[in-house]
Design a protein around this ligand. Structure first.
Ligand SMILES: [Zn+2]
Length: 146
């Protein structure tokens, strides 16, 4: 049956709760201790914005080259790249600057999307082999600069 629940955030929301009376009472009690759906979504959004801002600040010094791909792929891959680079930068004791430079030479939006779920170590292995297959020496820029 439908119940109006006043959530911890002060908003009222209708909930359909099924079960025995005791279960309904328990569920209603629990719901009252949580935030309403709108506040929950707003919180999650704010968290994501915060995380994105933090990640962008961490990699602000990096020179990010534009990605190639469809508009949708590029927009998605740019977010993936930002959080990946921030994650690599945050674990600098295991990752060298060369690793970041390596990733910055991958411009293919689809590649970033395809490899978004890999752990950092495996990701770097894939990045290295991707550049080798593409015929780009892994330390190309650095030896050219030296
Ligand atoms: Zn609310």
């Amino acid at each position: 049956m439908e119940q109006q629940i006043i959530h911890a955030c002060g908003h009222e929301q209708a909930h359909v709760i099924y079960g025995f009376d005791s279960q309904i009472a328990r569920k209603a009690r629990w719901l009252r201790s949580t935030k309403c759906r709108a506040c929950f979504v707003a919180d999650k959004k704010a968290e994501q914005v915060d995380a994105a801002a933090r990640d962008s600040a961490i990699i602000a010094h990096l020179d990010l080259t534009p990605l190639t791909g469809s508009e949708r792929q590029v927009a998605w891959a740019e977010n993936i790249r930002i959080s990946r680079m921030a994650s690599l930068a945050a674990t600098s004791h295991t990752t060298t600057e060369a690793d970041c430079n390596l990733c910055l030479r991958i411009y293919d939006a689809k590649w970033w999307i395809d490899h978004r779920d890999l752990p950092n170590e495996e990701f770097l292995v894939q990045a290295t082999s991707h550049l080798q297959i593409a015929g780009i020496p892994a330390d190309g820029q650095r030896s050219a600069a030296a």
